[in-house]
Each structure stands twice: as structure tokens, then as C-alpha cells.
Design a protein around this ligand. Sequence first.
Ligand SMILES: NC(=O)c1ccc[n+]([C@@H]2O[C@H](COP(=O)([O-])OP(=O)(O)OC[C@H]3O[C@@H](n4cnc5c(N)ncnc54)[C@H](OP(=O)(O)O)[C@@H]3O)[C@@H](O)[C@H]2O)c1
Length: 379
Amino acid sequence: MKQVIGLLGCGTVGGGVDAIAMAREDLTVKKILLLYPQPGTEGRDVYDFAEIENDPEITVVAEAMGGVEPAFTYASRALKAGKHFVTANKALIAAKGAELAKLAVENGVSLRCTAAVGGGIPWLTNLTRCRRLDTIRSVRGIMNGTTNFIMNAMHTQEVSFDDVLKKAQSLGYAEANPSADIDGWDTQRKIILSAGAAFDKFAAEAEVDTFGIRNVTAMDVKAFQSLGYVCKLVAVAKDGGDGLVAYVEPTLLGASELEAAVPSNFNLITYDAEYFGVQSFYGQGAGRFPTAANVVQDILDLADCKPGFYTDKLAPAKVCNDKEAHPYYVRTTLDAWSDKAATKGDGWIITEPIAVSEMHAWAKKAMKDDPALFFAGIQ
Ligand SMILES: NC(=O)c1ccc[n+]([C@@H]2O[C@H](COP(=O)([O-])OP(=O)(O)OC[C@H]3O[C@@H](n4cnc5c(N)ncnc54)[C@H](OP(=O)(O)O)[C@@H]3O)[C@@H](O)[C@H]2O)c1
């Protein structure tokens, strides 16, 4: 069956979707919602979403604008109009996923968002496929290419955080405002989407303990290496019974671990399930064609009558990180954790196991007095 698409936004990802679709006979991008006229879209460009919403020929709306609004309004209207909705937009799904999933179910259509986690990696597709048969114990991984690029460079070259960040920006891996990447917010959204698909539990962004790599220094990296560790920004989620364990933090990994070996701006995302055991998915977490290709794969899956990722069982869940504990590397000028120090170094300590919620709550407060402090979980 030919899929007739209404495309929202025609930038990096949207332009890629249009180019891939154009080369296929089973896909037509009939209308493209734009803010301003754009070369290559003539005759298909529209400036009012109603033109897509009210077009009975359009069966799928593919969104690649970014942001929560107006994407949420358009998504709701598309689903209510009986159109499938496919998106690469993790900000939209992290903020409004539960509402959109409900609307999709109510209207007998599907919501898919493979490209929103891991860009070009078929992660959510395989996670949901695993889950229909198996029980997932945990999901985790390196879900942000920019931070992996930075951490990888700091471990393999003698470079400062600021210099690598500038290089990442010059290569187009990091935004001019890098906060979403280096402070962990992008990764936080991706673990929320993954946990929703794995456990039917949807966490509120504000509840997911998140600490990024903004404060990591070359001296920290020397200390990690002297201890035999490699540091990566890792997200973790587990079904916590009544609630959900979910957090994002710099993590020290044994140098022989798979995650420790992830190079450049690649991602590695893993589930651990009862029958399948541990399976990992590796690849480009961003970029025009890898990401656009996953948007198109979702559209093709819809043509094959594959369901959406989120069911009507998806429900908001409390994050409960108080029973999840491990040792931490902590570098601070404050007199802290000395009663829990297992190893002491030059300005840093390794603690005994501390609950994730306790460490993150401490850091949030302590940053007021020591804004340069850094910590990393040890797993
Ligand atoms: N780039 C990647 O590698 C990647 C990877 C994974 C996921 N994603 C996700 O994909 C989405 C798109 O990212 P992108 O990199 O393609 O961004 P982008 O290059 O900035 O493209 C977004 C496009 O949407 C247009 N737009 C914004 N608001 C609009 C509106 N209200 N109506 C119509 N068009 C509108 C923008 O127009 P103007 O330029 O005129 O503002 C721009 O052309 C985001 O949610 C992002 O998180 C991107």
C-alpha cells in the first residue's frame, strides 16, 4: 500500500526523509509544512497545518520540526484526524508521550518514534519486539553522541573539556548552546522514552536524576585512568516495582567493558531481558540520513501494519532511585562524604555504595558552594 505523507519541517531530518521517500515508489510526501518557502518543496509547501489535517489522502504525519509546541498540537490533531504519527522529536515524546499514546489508541492509529532515541539505531523497534515476548530487566546506554565524542577525546588525547567542546561544535556534533547534551537533558529524554517502551512506565523529566559532564576535567580523566576506568555519560532505567529506577550520570566503566570502547560520536544502547539476556545496539545516534532513514522505516512499518510503540497501558510512574546504590568518584572542595570514603586521592574520593537519589540530591545542593564539583557512578 502506498503511504501518503504529510511532512512537518524540512530541515536536517525532514529534508532527509523527503529525499529518501522521493526515491521510493511506495512513498509520497504530498505536503510539507514550512515556516518560509524552501527550494525543492515547490507545489507541496503549505503554511497551515489544517491543509495536512484535512487532506483525506494523507495517512501518515511525519514530524521533524523539534520542540514541544506546536508539535504537540499538530500531533494531537493528526491523531484525532485518524492519521498515524511518526516523529524524531524526543522533547515532544518525553513531555507528552503518555497523552499522545492515549490519543493514538483512542483513534485506532499508531505513534512511532524510532529516530527519537539513537537516531539511526533501530533501538526502540527492537526493544518493543523483545518486550512482546520477554520481560526486560533493565535498559541502559550511551545515548548521546556529543558527550561520547568529548569523553572519548579526553581519554585518548591530552585535551581540555573546553577545547574538545569547541571541536565538537566546529564539526557540527554540538549545538552553539551545548547544554542539552553536556548537562544530560538529551540523554534524560531518551531514557524516559526507552523506559516507557520497556516497562509501560513514563517518568516526568523533573524526576529523573540527571548529572552531566560539564565539570569533568583532564585531571579527573587522569585519575580515572590511574584507577583502570573509562568515563562515559550513561543512562539507566529499571522496573522498580511500584515506580521506576531512572537516572543519567557520568559512569566509570572497566576498560574492558563494551561501553568503554565506544568511539567518537557513536551510541551503544542495551537491554537485559530474561530470555534474550544482554543485547546491545550500536551505531550513529544522529545525522541527517541515519535519522531520516529510521523515520522512513517507521512509516514502512506502519504500511506493514506494525503497531505503535506505546500501548494504553503506558502510565505515569514515580521515579524511585533510593534503593539503587553504587560507589561514586567524587571531586569537591567541600568536606563531604569523608565518613563514606573507601579510597582517597588528590582532591577526590571513591565512596562506599551510596543511593543514586542521595548522591544527586547532595550534588544539586553542594553545587551552590562548589559549582565545579564532579561525580561519577562506578558500575
Ligand atoms: N539532526 C539529527 O541528527 C537528529 C537526530 C535525532 C533526532 N533529531 C530530532 O529531529 C527533529 C528535527 O531536528 P533537525 O536536526 O532536523 O532540526 P532542523 O534542521 O532545525 O530542522 C527543523 C526544521 O523545522 C522547521 N520548523 C520549525 N518550526 C516549524 C513550524 N512551526 N512549522 C514548520 N516548520 C517548522 C525549521 O524551520 P526554520 O529553519 O525556518 O526555523 C527547520 O527547517 C528534532 O526533534 C531533533 O531532536 C535530530
